[in-house]
Write a protein that binds this ligand. Structure first.
Ligand SMILES: Cc1cc2nc3c(=O)[nH]c(=O)nc-3n(C[C@H](O)[C@H](O)[C@H](O)COP(=O)(O)OP(=O)(O)OC[C@H]3O[C@@H](n4cnc5c(N)ncnc54)[C@H](O)[C@@H]3O)c2cc1C
Length: 460
């Protein structure tokens, strides 16, 4: 009875209307979602510009989890299924993704190093793996690690793989058999590897169609234009836009951990210090709309060397049928950076210019006359850096927040490399635990059955 009384007077407050927050509200009828932006859905949204649909970097559905697919069906999202066509540009050649299974076409000396390293791998003791660099050597051998994996990781993460842990790798790096490695060195091997060899993409509306379906279901329980600016964990109130203060009983927070800690004026010094040790990389996304139909059937291409300003190019017309207007096409370039360790090469205008120059050099654009328009998107919090500090720092912050009935979850609440389906499940699990009364006030979430408490556990 007590719980009902609380729910009636203080609906569950969900901070952030991305996929995690929307999923939490969908699964908790008493939840109100407060979202900073006027348009919700966070990184899962699609932006429509002049009838072109741009996602926030490449976004595809690659889960085969029946629970998630059933949820998408309940939401009414329809998908087309695509066979991934992905390539890697490196060492002057374009080879099929993933690198480790497809060295055919690379300079012979590189192919040889990759094969010899895979076979004569003297790093076999998995218990000796201390970091991501070790892991790459152990799983793929010296040649593949040093010719591709390590330099690509540095370009992507902005830090050397020896700084990274291995609690995020798992399915993200398919390990081919020796036979497949040899086959892929001798021939153009078309076999698909990895979790997204086949992927789903919404038939209409871009990737954002998933979030949009949640938005419809959550209805007027979603409040946009509401930025959390202060949290008083003693009075148990949250303030939006510096003026509107509401009481809370429980909060599910999906906003980035460093931001929520910043909103708590009297957060203990050790919690602030922990927040300062959390890192992500950032993405600067350059979209280029073209006035001619798509000429490649590739979905995306990875770029290894630094002379290419981007880590990936994607060809949007190949994702969904309504992503570009008839007779046109669009390219999206994802530039990875980090404010301190891997800064952008120049101003944002400089980066757009160098992306266009590079697209011309690669013959994806033949002349300026083909370009209808460009637009850009900055993603300061992109991929969580799983370095040594991450797990202990997240634990300190989570313990503090849990003690005040604030339950962080999602990509930036759990602070982990979560895909969209992981985020949706995190929101669902947290909501269901609250609905079922499984979270006593002040409980550490790892003591419960929410499945949300264990740092790094999302890999399961
Ligand atoms: C470049 C890129 C590519 C990706 N590709 C894929 C892919 O191919 N497949 C896949 O499954 N997943 C992919 N993902 C992951 C996927 O986007 C995320 O897992 C998912 O969108 C995370 O949702 P979330 O709700 O946890 O976080 P978010 O989407 O960040 O949502 C958090 C929300 O909180 C709001 N907010 C922030 N601060 C405040 C505040 N102070 N007050 C109120 N609201 C606030 C934000 O505006 C946002 O709407 C990709 C992510 C990125 C960045």
């Amino acid at each position: 009875m007590m719980v009902n009384h609380h729910v009636a007077h203080h609906p569950l407050i969900v901070l952030g209307g991305g996929l995690t927050g929307l999923s939490a509200a969908y699964h908790h009828p008493g939840a109100i979602v407060y979202e900073r932006e006027s348009v919700p859905i966070g990184h899962g949204k699609s932006h429509v510009v002049n009838q072109f649909i741009f996602d926030e970097g490449i976004h595809v559905v690659h889960t085969t989890d029946p629970e998630v697919l059933a949820l998408y069906e309940d939401l009414g999202v329809r998908f087309s299924v695509r066979q991934r066509k992905a390539w890697i540009q490196s060492h002057g050649a374009r080879t099929r993704y993933p690198f480790q299974a497809n060295t055919y076409g690379l300079p012979v000396s590189i192919v040889k190093d990759c094969l010899v390293g895979f076979v004569q791998n003297d790093f076999r003791d998995r218990t000796a793996i201390a970091n991501y660099e070790d892991w790459l050597h152990c799983i793929f051998g010296k040649g593949i690690a040093e010719h591709f994996m390590i330099p690509y990781a540095q370009k992507f993460w902005g830090v050397h793989p020896r700084e990274l842990m291995t609690d995020w790798v798992d399915v993200r790096h398919p390990r081919p058999s020796l036979e497949e490695v040899v086959e892929g060195a001798l021939h153009d091997q078309t076999k698909g590897f990895g979790v997204n060899a086949e992927f789903r993409y919404p038939v209409r509306g871009g990737f954002g169609a998933i979030g949009q379906a949640f938005v419809v279901k959550v209805g007027d329980r979603l409040r946009t234009g509401m930025e959390v600016t202060a949290l008083d964990v003693h009075a148990k109130t949250v303030t939006f836009n510096g003026r509107e203060t509401v009481p809370y009983d429980r909060i599910v927070s999906t906003i980035p951990l460093p931001d929520i800690v910043r909103c708590i004026a009297d957060a203990p010094p050790e919690v602030r210090a922990a927040a300062a040790r959390l890192h992500t990389n950032s993405f600067f996304v350059v979209n280029v709309a073209l006035n001619r139909p798509e000429e490649t059937d590739a979905h995306w291409i990875y770029y290894l060397e630094r002379e290419f300003p981007f880590v990936r190019l994607s060809f949007l017309a190949n994702f969904g049928d309504d992503v570009v207007p008839a007779g046109t096409s669009a390219i999206q370039a994802e530039v990875a950076y980090h404010r301190d360790t891997n800064p952008l090469a120049g101003s944002r205008e400089d980066v757009v210019r160098s992306v266009l120059e590079c697209l011309k050099a690669l013959r994806f654009i033949r002349s300026d006359r083909e370009v209808l328009f460009t637009n850009t998107l900055d993603i300061p919090y992109a991929y969580i850096v799983h370095d040594r500090d991450r797990a202990p720092s997240v634990r300190v912050i989570h313990d503090f927040l849990h003690a005040h009935d604030i339950y962080p979850c999602g990509r930036y609440g759990d602070w982990g490399y979560l895909w969209s389906h992981d985020a949706i499940l995190r929101g669902r699990n947290m909501a269901q635990a609250l609905v079922r009364g499984e979270l006593p006030h002040g409980a550490s979430v790892s003591d419960t059955r929410t499945g949300c408490g264990c740092v790094g556990e999302f890999m399961a």
